[in-house]
Design a protein around this ligand. Structure first.
Ligand code: SF4
Length: 219
């Protein structure tokens, strides 16, 4: 069946890049809505939920470190932390690494809520699980590249990803796991790259560029 207007969509459709952007926007709205609903359900704001989830995943952090990891301004983090301290979800203590900074640690109640908040994006994982393995691999590769680009534009926090980590050695061998993590001294495949690694240490800007070029040679 060819239809009466073959070629209609060649002339009357947005390019695929624009439709992907529209799709991502819709997914972003769904995630925002879910986080908001779930956070409200336990009496938190979405940012407070993210803070608790991050402290549970990464251990005690300063306000500045939280701001860098979440890509949220320091005043917004400070406001949310103040409320979390008032609600006895988080405690402040002196940071041995930075004498003038406070280290934020979740209390038992805060840790329990943080653990729940960590599972909020699971509705998305369920949707992704329905994709075929090769679709998941292509999707993941595209996401790594997109996030890297947005990071370099300063639109997404630079922390957490292998491709910006000083321990990452891309394409150092052939085979299914061509990369290497020097932190744990173990090979990893492109599908095993992390986006939110607690051991991540940001490489210097020039090293990041070199690592990315080396990664892209076979990506
Ligand atoms: S420390 Fe984490 S982010 Fe860095 S290379 Fe190893 S797995 Fe990746």
């Amino acid at each position: 069946m060819t239809g009466k207007r073959p070629g209609y969509f060649e002339e009357n459709n947005e390019p695929i890049s624009a439709r992907i952007a529209t799709g991502l926007h819709k997914i972003g709205l769904a995630m925002k809505q879910q986080s908001w609903q779930q956070a409200n359900g336990v009496g938190l704001s979405a940012t407070q939920g993210q803070i608790l989830a991050t402290l549970v995943a990464s251990g005690p952090l300063t306000g500045k470190e939280l701001s860098e990891r979440l890509g949220v301004t320091l005043p917004t983090i400070s406001d949310s932390v103040r409320v979390l301290v008032e609600k006895a979800m988080v405690t402040r203590s002196a940071d041995p690494r930075h004498p003038r900074a406070s280290l934020l640690t979740p209390t038992a109640a805060g840790a329990a809520l943080g653990a729940r908040a960590r599972s909020w994006p699971e509705f998305m994982a369920d949707a992704v699980a329905d994709l075929a393995p090769e679709e998941q691999r292509a999707f993941f590769a595209g996401i790594v590249k997109m996030i890297r680009m947005l990071q370099e534009q300063g639109l997404v926090p630079v922390s957490g990803m292998c491709v910006t980590c000083k321990h990452f050695r891309p394409n150092v061998r052939t085979g299914p796991a061509p990369h290497h993590c020097a932190f744990v001294d173990a090979p990893l495949s492109s599908e095993q790259l992390r986006l939110d690694c607690p051991e991540h240490e940001l490489a210097a800007e020039s090293a990041r560029r070199e690592v990315w070029e080396q990664f892209m040679r076979r990506a």
